[in-house]
Design a protein around this ligand. Structure first.
Ligand SMILES: Cc1cc2nc3c(=O)[nH]c(=O)nc-3n(C[C@H](O)[C@H](O)[C@H](O)COP(=O)(O)O)c2cc1C
Length: 186
């Protein structure tokens, strides 16, 4: 699969089979995050893989609540990846202050994208989750109080009949332009 095919193939998967993810594939996913670019090469992340069934269930339950059922599918995923944001070196923190830019958030997003693309290449499904009870998950996984969780990612083999991408995207002319922002359509 070339990169363009991979980018097209990756989609959020919200229904999983219970087939566990092989250790070699997990190693490849760790490598995809490890090699991700980051501001000043700060690598401001810890990737926590949660697959112990009881613990995983508790973490999954912290991604939805009463009246908020949209992340219920996290209960089915055989593995939950948690991207913890680590404090970057002082130079990055100062640069972020001066430029008013959240570099670690950008870095985590890139790392998560690499994770999900690598997962797709390995035949795995994934879905990033930005909605969760951060305090509860930090308590469950013994993440220090001062750390922030950037994203959760559900991971596993998609259910056999899982439909192909349905999410619509903007037309190219509506989200890109050449030389002048005003050339963008709409
Ligand atoms: C930062 C971020 C947070 C997201 N949070 C959630 C979430 O909490 N629950 C969910 O089901 N999907 C979540 N998603 C997945 C998006 O809904 C999904 O990527 C988008 O609808 C495009 O669909 P696709 O991934 O299938 O291409 C999130 C994606 C990103 C990038």
């Amino acid at each position: 699969m070339d990169l363009a095919q991979l980018i097209t193939r990756r989609q959020s998967v919200r229904r999983y089979s219970d087939r566990p993810v092989e250790q070699e594939k997990l190693d490849r996913l760790i490598e995809a995050v490890r090699l991700a670019p980051s501001a000043c090469n700060a690598q401001p992340w810890t990737l926590l893989l949660v697959d112990e069934p009881a613990l995983r269930t508790e973490v999954a339950k912290a991604t939805f609540g009463k009246g908020l059922s949209f992340n219920h599918f996290a209960l089915q995923a055989p593995l939950l990846a948690v991207l913890v944001i680590e404090p970057p070196p002082l130079a990055v923190r100062l640069g972020a202050l001066v430029k008013v830019r959240q570099f670690p958030l950008i870095d985590i997003g890139i790392a998560a994208a690499q994770f999900c693309l690598q997962a797709a290449e390995l035949g795995l499904g994934s879905c990033m989750l930005g909605w969760f009870d951060e305090r509860k998950i930090k308590r469950l996984l013994h993440i220090p109080r001062r750390r922030r969780i950037g994203l959760l990612i559900t991971l596993g083999y998609a259910a056999p009949d899982y439909p192909l991408r349905t999410k619509q995207r903007k037309q190219a002319a509506a989200m890109s332009s050449r030389n002048d922002y005003r050339n963008k359509a709409g």
